[in-house]
Design a protein around this ligand. Structure first.
Ligand SMILES: [Fe+2]
Length: 301
């Protein structure tokens, strides 16, 4: 298993400011300093930034940043990517500055945006000296540490090559996979990959046709179950679309809900997922997304 964790996600939308109330007041993330280019940022822990929202017309993810645990892991990942045919390019100083990292290598991902492998993502002062922390909307804090900030789920027609980038390129290991018939003739296939104790850091869905957005959702995991419920209440009270209400995933046993962001991609807030133990021997097929719940929620009119 590689020594990587999900360091940050960069998305590009027409109006970055429109996402501010959503991430701050609904999800409970803490705003960080804007990048040198003026892109607003948010974090769910002491990392300087976990989410960067750049201005542009893509309305989708532009980069997933995977942080290496140390210099040896960074170099090993660069070499593994090159060996798998995904030759990484070194990020220049301006790119490193905007990502707030010491080193960066980037490859074009088959799903149409970038994967960045980075070393030395900047950390902010410890929580007790930071007036922004603890976060009043998320009093229990988020589960991060050496598991990165959460997970990202990508839908792509270039599924097989994307799986190859995750496994042969990044050295991730499949945790399990989901294969089910959503409706007659419409199949869903999602593969879940880990690179640390988090059940999945990246999941890839086989898209039957080009999707308007490759990024299906990003997930933030809370330390306290009640914080999921309170985030659900905030999303519900705001009248935001809730494609999946509270429920429990069958494979990672995550208790969670999904809310659509103003940019379209979804955010999952969850708690209590099971962890990867080594050696991992539970790579098996699941045929249902959820053990219970996760139905769409219609707010009262
Ligand atoms: Fe998820």
């Amino acid at each position: 298993m590689s020594d990587l964790e999900l360091g940050y996600v960069v998305v590009e939308v027409d109006d970055p400011g429109s996402l501010g109330p959503f991430f701050t007041d609904i999800i409970g993330l803490v705003p960080g300093e804007p990048t040198a280019d003026g892109a607003p940022t948010w974090s769910d822990d002491d990392a300087a930034q976990r989410l960067v929202v750049e201005k542009g017309s893509r309305n989708d993810v532009v980069a997933l940043g995977f942080e290496a645990g140390d210099a040896a892991a960074f170099e090993a990942t660069r070499a593994r990517l090159a060996g798998a045919g995904f030759a990484p390019a070194s990020g220049d100083q301006a790119r490193c500055d905007s990502r707030r990292v010491a080193q960066l290598a980037t490859v074009a991902a088959p799903w149409g945006s970038s994967v960045e492998v980075v070393l030395g993502l900047e950390r902010r002062p410890v929580l007790s000296t930071n007036p922004l922390m603890p976060d009043p909307l998320m009093p229990g804090g988020f589960l991060t540490g050496d598991q990165g900030f959460g997970h990202a789920v990508i839908a792509t027609t270039a599924f097989d090559e994307s799986v190859r980038l995750a496994t042969e390129g990044l050295g991730m290991v499949r945790s399990d996979w989901l294969e089910m018939e959503l409706a007659p003739g419409i199949d869903l296939e999602v593969h879940f990959f880990h690179c640390n104790a988090r059940h999945h850091t990246l999941a890839l869905a086989r898209a039957p046709f080009e999707m308007p957005q490759a990024l299906h959702h990003i997930m933030f995991e809370t330390n306290e179950r009640d914080d999921v419920g309170r985030a659900f209440d905030r999303a519900f009270a705001a009248g935001l679309p809730l494609p999946n209400g509270l429920g429990l995933h069958d494979n990672d046993r995550m208790f969670s809900f999904y809310v659509a962001s103003p940019a379209g991609f979804q955010v999952e807030v969850g708690n209590g997922a099971r962890q990867i133990s080594e050696p991992w021997s539970d790579d098996r097929r699941y045929d249902r997304i959820s053990a219970w719940g996760h139905q769409p929620v219609t707010p009262p009119s």
